[in-house]
Design a protein around this ligand. Structure first.
Ligand code: ADP
Length: 174
């Protein structure tokens, strides 16, 4: 099964994504993780990515879709995957559509995600970068929800509960 987790920054996608991938026995694919790893390379593209991450901007769509397409074509993704972070806008979806079976929307109010992100302390979690990323999420990523809703594959999960409760809720839909 191919599952996409979608929701604002700080909604718990990576925590839930890891659980879910383990439960479904498929890989957990996080574009954020892929880019953070790339940004540690001291030369070339790594340094460009590092700046993009620090500023809270998106890596360009063409580079992103190629990296994702390549990763999803690996043999371990044959029987499915849990995706966190792609597509992040309609253009990425147009360039490459992973053809998800299920899209799980983790719904957490903006006030709560701000609170969580401020306490997280990741290197790209400076207040200005958080604000840029949330703006991008609400403007560019959220419209994907309507697209998937129309496809009939979107399910909404209340993300405010504790980790286990949210996990149980998600399991009902896969
Ligand atoms: P967050 O959800 O808090 O932004 P992620 O780990 O999902 O954290 O992503 C971290 C960063 O990686 C993003 O701010 C962005 O720069 C980059 N990134 C992740 N996914 C994509 C994508 N699909 N397209 C472009 N950039 C991306």
């Amino acid at each position: 099964m191919k599952v996409l987790l979608i929701g604002p920054q700080g909604s718990g996608k990576s925590t839930q994504g890891r659980f879910l991938a383990q439960y479904l026995q498929v890989p957990y694919i996080s574009t954020g993780e892929i880019f953070r790893k790339l940004s540690q390379e001291k030369v070339g593209f790594g340094q460009i990515v590092k700046t993009i991450l620090e500023e809270g901007h998106l890596v360009d769509d063409k580079t992103t879709y190629k990296i994702v397409k390549d990763r999803l074509s690996q043999p371990d993704c044959k029987s499915g995957f849990v995706m966190d972070g792609y597509p992040r806008n309609m253009e990425q979806l147009r360039l490459f559509d992973p053809k998800f079976d299920r899209v799980i929307y983790l719904d957490v109010p903006e006030k709560e995600v701000m609170r969580r992100l401020m306490g997280r302390g990741r290197s790209d979690d400076a207040p200005k970068s958080i604000k840029t990323r949330l703006d991008l999420y609400y403007r560019q990523t959220r419209p994907l929800l309507d697209y998937y809703r129309k496809q009939g594959i979107l399910v909404e999960v209340e993300g405010m509960g504790d980790i286990q409760t949210v996990q149980n809720e998600i399991k009902k839909f896969v």
